[in-house]
Design a protein around this ligand. Structure first.
Ligand code: ZN
Length: 408
């Protein structure tokens, strides 16, 4: 796996040389693709909000594109599924099987299959990535990379579901190239890299309303910082391919999903404080999407994807079902996604762009997390590597036979 990493580094270096030498030739502009990841985006939450008109930006994208469920892997969680999306290989093949692999927090050195950012970089596509889970320590790309979930640092030593500040990252680089870090610190600020850690049961007891309100205020602060970061990068460092991810929605759903007394884990002291806390996250996301849409013109492909959904507890577990294996263990968790059958918690896909059909719904499991990378490579007319298990989502394009990248 070290050799693959070295090959990737070497490939990027070669690429830099070739970019410099090719500047005099009349290079054709590359397609513009923006992927927005929303961890654990759940259609059960989105649909009522869409019906009520509370997600105007998302509604616009759905209307102008295709949307549907995105089949995920078994026992889905963020690092496991995002690494599957990056490589279109299964977790056993790419090596990032969960938050911890052999007792060590998942990191990019474990990735055994080539990720899409490396393939695009080698093909002269400029790449920008921000807050994408399981991208720490950052890897060299033909552009920039800012790590996301699983970044380690002060108050987040294990990197699992917590939020170090950019200036307090430890154990590796969170920004590539290094020169971008001081620029971000002065223009965007010392932002939190991941979402806030969830509170423990003992912290909540007797202080439920205070803890919930303080926690949600921090989540909004993090979202505001991310919005500023995304806007800054899209304005000042535009790239052909951009991949940006939010993770506070999932974190909120785990312990503040709007459940009823029928559900497992119902505790009125918690559940009655902010019934709309979880749906409000999607209203917050819709505003972030509005900022991103300012950078989307009629020649831009926009993909909004989630790695899995999230549902109230529904299975017997060996350990305390109210605690979560991955989320600081003592949080009174009432909703989850790492169920044995990934089809219980599908992710989502919403896509629009030149040549993509309008107002089309993908039924059943027509699309899977394995198909994201091949479909993006197709847009750039890059042949799908043999190890990739997914396929191009040809049904979403008006003219699937045509190489969409050559249309303009
Ligand atoms: Zn989660």
């Amino acid at each position: 796996m070290v050799s693959r990493r070295l090959i990737a580094v070497f490939g990027v270096l070669l690429l830099c040389v070739s970019v410099l030498t090719a500047q005099t030739s009349t290079a054709k502009p590359k397609p513009h693709v923006i992927v927005v990841g929303v961890n654990g985006m759940e259609w059960d939450m989105l649909r009522p909000l869409l019906l009520k008109g509370d997600l105007p930006n998302l509604a616009k994208v759905i209307d102008q594109g295709v949307h549907g469920k995105l089949r995920t892997v078994s026992m889905p969680n963020c690092p496991r599924v995002y690494s599957t999306m990056f490589t279109s290989t299964n977790p056993e093949e790419h090596g990032v099987t969960g938050f911890l692999v052999g007792g060590v927090t998942a990191n990019t050195n474990m990735l055994k299959e080539e990720p899409i950012w490396s393939i695009l970089s080698k093909n002269n596509v400029t790449v920008g990535m921000a807050n994408v889970p399981a991208t720490f320590p950052v890897m060299p790309v033909n552009g920039y990379m800012i790590s996301g979930m699983l970044t380690r640092g002060k108050n987040c030593e294990d990197g699992v579901l917590c939020a170090p500040k950019l200036s307090e990252v430890e154990g590796g680089d969170a920004v590539y190239p290094k020169s971008l870090q001081p620029e971000l610190l002065s223009n965007v600020g010392d932002f939190y890299i991941d979402c806030e850690r969830m509170p423990a049961a003992a912290d909540l007891k007797g202080h439920e309303a205070d803890v919930i309100n303080t926690w949600l205020a921090k989540v909004q602060l993090i979202r505001d910082q991310q919005t500023k970061l995304f806007d800054y990068l899209l304005s000042n460092h535009p790239t052909d391919f951009t991949f940006m991810v939010q993770s506070c929605e999932d974190r909120t759903g785990h312990w503040l999903y709007p459940i009823t007394p029928f559900n497992v884990g119902y505790n009125p002291a918690i559940s009655s404080v902010r019934q709309s806390a979880f749906p409000d996250q999607y209203i917050g996301f819709d505003k972030v999407l509005g900022t991103i849409l300012k950078h989307v013109d009629e020649n831009t492909y926009l993909f909004i994807v989630s790695d899995h959904g999230i549902k109230p507890l529904r299975e017997f577990e060996e350990t305390d079902p109210h605690a979560h294996m991955d989320h600081e263990k003592t949080t009174p968790v009432i909703a989850k996604h790492d169920f044995a059958d990934g089809d219980d918690v599908p992710g989502s896909i919403i896509a629009m762009g030149p040549g993509i059909k309008h107002d089309m719904r993908l039924m059943g499991f027509e699309a899977s997390v394995y198909d994201v990378a091949p479909t993006i490579l197709h847009i750039y007319s890059i042949e799908q590597p043999k190890q990739m298990r997914g396929h191009v989502l040809t049904q979403i394009f008006e003219e699937p036979e045509k190489k969409v990248a050559l249309k303009k």
